[in-house]
Ligand binder design. Structure first.
Ligand SMILES: [Zn+2]
Length: 429
């Protein structure tokens, strides 16, 4: 893990947040390559889960919501961890994670456990009183349930259909950690998939488990590092009928990447009860109103980014030298192509820059003329660039360039005029 944290910082993927002030515990910033990687992960999800399907629509709901939402969802009552304080050193621990009834730090006596709500609380407006308490949402899902009726009334969706959303959520975790795996501010990609009844929900649940497992695999994660884990009855959330996690083999062991849950009709029925607004769907075929059931594939964007980073990280020997390479799927690679003049001389520079400006219209590409070509390759390997293009003196004669493949390190000669097609086939859009 230390190696991953190290390369992530050195190569502008992930920095410690507020670092010049000594940081803020478990807050991380995505650097210039990190934000490209993260955007690519989100775009791949959006494209595969929303654009390419005809049964899913998108949504972007607000982080601050009416506090009644969290009453209805059960978060105000149920979204808690049991905490104990050490009477000696004043440290605070999660009661369910302690092995003994003494303080693990100093051996001191502990207080009785009390429930601590994980939602971040703040006030809307200039007055800090009980009436204007608002919470930073702990999940994006509730925004979808609350807009369910609006979506029914204003679009042509028909059951079964899903609503997809990407956005930030906040949880005041007591014990965050493992780099970006568990943080108090994080991003989710979630789908609420509505179906007409319990039986359909069971079927949809099995399908979504498969779809989401395959998604990670298709984006290059080694299937040996992925597994499915069904939740035991006693670990199911208060609303869930069934849940299965897609887990990834992180350096600290197999841990949750994404959870797929069958939430039954819990959420819509709760909101119907608390808001007094009917949340039913009129079935044209049976001429009956139904309260849909819902299946939720809910993933952590930051966890996905970390898994793709860990899985891509490779140290190997090539021609007697060690090289570090991030073998990202081309769809996820931050920079798709790097363009070099063989030496820092005209007219090679001019030709290389022409190619650079042409490709830049379509992809994130880099131009680099500093140091030996070997060193420039190493640098691009470390940020996971799938292809490097070198303009040499022959290029001026034959109008072709050398394209070097990141993983095989094989080089081939490609006419400049067919570069866009060549790259499109390899990288996609
Ligand atoms: Zn203590």
């Amino acid at each position: 893990m230390d190696e991953i944290v190290n390369v992530a910082k050195r190569r502008a993927f992930i920095y410690a947040g507020s670092e010049i002030y000594g940081g803020l515990a478990n807050a991380w910033d995505y650097g210039p390559y990190g934000v490209l990687l993260k955007n690519n992960v989100k775009q791949a999800w959006w494209k595969d889960m929303v654009m390419k399907r005809s049964d899913i629509v998108g949504l972007d709901s607000s982080i601050l919501m009416n506090p009644k939402v969290w009453e209805a969802s059960g978060h105000i009552k149920e979204f808690t961890d049991p905490l104990v304080d050490c009477k000696e050193c004043k440290q605070r621990f999660r009661a369910d994670q302690l092995e003994a009834d003494k303080c693990p730090s100093c051996g001191g006596e502990l207080t009785e456990a009390r429930q601590f709500n994980l939602m971040f609380k703040t006030h809307a407006g200039p007055v800090d009183n009980e009436e204007n308490i608002v919470y930073l949402r702990p999940e994006t899902a509730q925004g979808i349930f609350v807009d369910f009726k609006n979506i029914l009334d204003t679009t042509r969706v028909k059951l079964p259909f899903g609503v997809a959303q990407i956005g930030k959520s906040f949880r005041n975790e007591i014990t965050p950690g493992n780099f970006t795996f568990r943080t108090r501010e994080f991003e989710q990609f979630e789908i609420e998939y509505f179906v007409k009844d319990a039986l359909s929900a069971k079927k949809a649940f099995d399908e979504w488990v498969k779809v989401r497992f395959e998604w990670y695999k298709n984006l290059g994660i080694d299937p040996n590092n992925l597994r499915l884990r069904e939740h035991e009855k006693n670990e199911l959330a208060h609303y869930a009928i069934a849940a299965t996690d897609v887990e990834y083999n992180f350096p600290f062991g197999f841990s949750e990447l994404e959870g797929i849950a069958n939430r039954g009709d819990y959420d819509l029925s709760q909101h119907e009860k608390f808001s007094g607004v009917e949340m039913r769907y009129f079935d044209d075929e049976t001429k009956q109103k139904v309260l849909p059931h819902v299946v939720e594939p809910s993933g952590g964007v930051d966890r996905a980014v970390l898994a793709f980073l860990v899985d891509a990280y490779t140290v190997e020997r090539a021609w007697g030298e060690e090289r570090t390479v991030l073998k990202f799927h081309p769809r996820l690679a931050p920079i798709k192509v790097a363009i070099f003049p063989l030496v820092k001389k005209e007219p090679l520079i001019l030709r290389a820059k022409e190619i650079f400006h042409g490709l830049k219209e379509k992809w994130f590409v880099e131009y680099d003329e500093t140091g030996t070509v070997g060193r420039r390759y190493r640098r691009q390997d470390e940020i996971g660039t799938p292809y490097c293009i070198t303009v040499d003196f022959d290029s001026l004669e034959d109008n072709a360039v050398t394209v070097r493949d990141r993983d095989t390190m094989k080089q081939e000669r490609v006419p400049i005029s067919s570069l866009p097609e060549f790259l499109e086939k390899k990288i996609g859009v």
